[in-house]
Design a protein around this ligand. Sequence first.
Ligand code: HEC
Ligand code: HEC
Length: 138
Amino acid sequence: MKLISYKKIFAIFGLSAFVVVGISATKKPEDDKPHKNLKVLSKDISDDQLETVMYSFERQLGVTCLYCHVSTKNITPQRVDFASDEKPEKKIAREMLKMTLKINKKYFNTNVDRKVNEVKPIVWCKTCHRGYPVPNVK
Ligand code: HEC
Ligand code: HEC
C-alpha cells in the first residue's frame, strides 16, 4: 500500500518538473533583445563584437562596467541598465569613442567603424589612457 502512494507522488513530481523545464526552454532569453541605445557603434553589432569593445574600455581605462553603466532601480534582482545614459562617464566615453574612430580614419587611414573585431585600430583608448580613467598629461 505504502509503496504505491510513494510511486504516485514521484509520478506527479516528475511530471511537474517536466512541465517547468518545458516552459523555461520556450522562454526567450533577455540577451536576444537588440541593443537599444547605440549612437556610435552599429545597431546590428554582434554581442561578441560589443563585448570585445566594452572589455577593451574596462582594461584600457582600469575600470569596471559600473564606471559608465548604472544599476536598475525598482527591479529585483538588481541588474545593470546598460542602455541608460544616466552616468556622465558614459556620455564622455561615447564622445571619446567618436573621437577615437575619427582619429583612426582621418589621420591613419584606418576605418575601424563597426568592425572593431576585424580591423585593428592604430589609436585606441589605451594610447592615451594607459590603464587609467583620467590620463595623466603632465
Ligand atoms: C568607459 C565607459 C564604459 C565602460 C567601462 C563600459 N561601457 Fe558599455 N557602453 C559605453 C558606451 C559609451 C555605450 C554606448 C555606445 C554607443 O552609443 O554606440 C555602451 C553600451 C553598452 C551596451 C549596449 C546597451 C544598449 O542597449 O544600448 C552594453 C550591453 C554594454 N555597454 C555593456 C557593457 C559591459 C558588459 C561592460 C563591462 C564589461 C561595459 N559595457 C563597460 C561605455 C562603457
Ligand atoms: C587622444 C587621447 C585620448 C584617447 C584616444 C581617448 N581618450 Fe578618453 N580622455 C582623454 C583625456 C585627455 C581625458 C581627460 C579630459 C579632462 O580631464 O577634461 C579623457 C577622459 C575620459 C573620460 C572621463 C574620465 C573622468 O572620470 O573624468 C572617459 C570616460 C574617457 N576618457 C573614455 C575614453 C574611451 C572609452 C576611449 C576609447 C574609445 C578614450 N577615452 C580614448 C584622452 C583620450
